[in-house]
Design a binder for this molecule. Sequence first.
Ligand SMILES: NC(=O)c1ccc[n+]([C@@H]2O[C@H](COP(=O)([O-])OP(=O)(O)OC[C@H]3O[C@@H](n4cnc5c(N)ncnc54)[C@H](O)[C@@H]3O)[C@@H](O)[C@H]2O)c1
Ligand SMILES: [Zn+2]
Ligand SMILES: [Zn+2]
Length: 345
Amino acid sequence: MKALVWDSIGKVKLIDKDMPKIEHPRDAIVKVTLSSICTSDLHIINGYVPKAKQGITLGHEFVGEIVSLGEDIKNLQIGDRVSANCETFCGECWFCQKGYINNCQNGGWKLGCSIDGCQAEYVRVPFADTGLTKIPESISYENALFVGDILSSGYFGAELCEIKQGDTIAVIGCGPVGICSMQCAKVMGAEKIIALDIDQTRLELVKSKGYADIIINPLTQNVENIVKEQTSNRGADGVIEAAGGKDTFQTAWQIARPNAIVAVVAMYEENQVLPLPQMYGKNLIFKTGGVDATHCKELLNLIAQNKISTDILISETYSLNEIEKAYELFEEKNNNCLKFAIKSS
Ligand SMILES: NC(=O)c1ccc[n+]([C@@H]2O[C@H](COP(=O)([O-])OP(=O)(O)OC[C@H]3O[C@@H](n4cnc5c(N)ncnc54)[C@H](O)[C@@H]3O)[C@@H](O)[C@H]2O)c1
Ligand SMILES: [Zn+2]
Ligand SMILES: [Zn+2]
């Protein structure tokens, strides 16, 4: 079968690989229908993810159809349409029992990182009974593609902020994660969303779609002043940092009101400074995290009820044969793309 592998720093390659097989009673083999390219894939190929292995099939966000099941899987059937969780988790260890699946002692981020991922025709999914969620009939593969990674990450950012009815939430970054965070924050009761980005096209998109109420471009506007004006001079009740830019961590704590939660879901390529003397007395709560993607079923239900939609994120669809070109275009951020979907079958 065809599979896209991490070849060397900055390079990917579409090659022929053996079909995956069931290796464990909790495995499933999924025929990939659609997968996506994620910014995290770019972090891998540029060498910023230490546990990633060269030669691995990339990709951790996908939907597809189950073609084979290990004998211990009781909650899924061959032929089921499923959406995959970007995390591999056992559901049984100390961390999984508490919902902290990102730190599963028997899993973690594996697919497309330390074991073969989904930018291929077929993929082996370990702990498939916890990692795959059946897609309701009313939802298309396209509607469900981002549930296990980008949408879960956006939801996670909003969840970390412990949003209360009427809150004003600032979201830094209007990329796919930021867009999902904005929608989830509204579902959780946020009244006003303030969106920040240096990309004016993305800012205007989130405003026109109603995901954000106020948009700010830090390149041309005074962020702190506008956030204060919008919040009776207090600052945002919660801040979701989904940009990962050079100065966005600093912006995040500066625009938060005292006693707010700052949720950092962005993945930085460099260390960040925590200027404790300057923030002393502001009594902020910082939360960081790789997503604990434990709400896939709930998110599929929210999509079915039209409360959340990620359809807008698919800027372009390419076939698996065209994936090398898609990587190049995605890295160059050509044509104002948000996400590319890759059709495997
Ligand atoms: N925590 C997790 O589990 C998890 C999961 C998925 C993605 N991520 C991370 O979340 C981040 C966002 O992902 P994405 O797919 O939306 O990425 P993206 O690159 O498409 O979006 C980031 C946005 O931030 C904006 N930005 C950059 N610098 C800025 C600045 N100085 N001020 C304001 N905006 C700025 C960019 O213009 C862009 O629109 C990435 O760092 C990604 O690695 C984390
Ligand atoms: Zn991802
Ligand atoms: Zn576990």
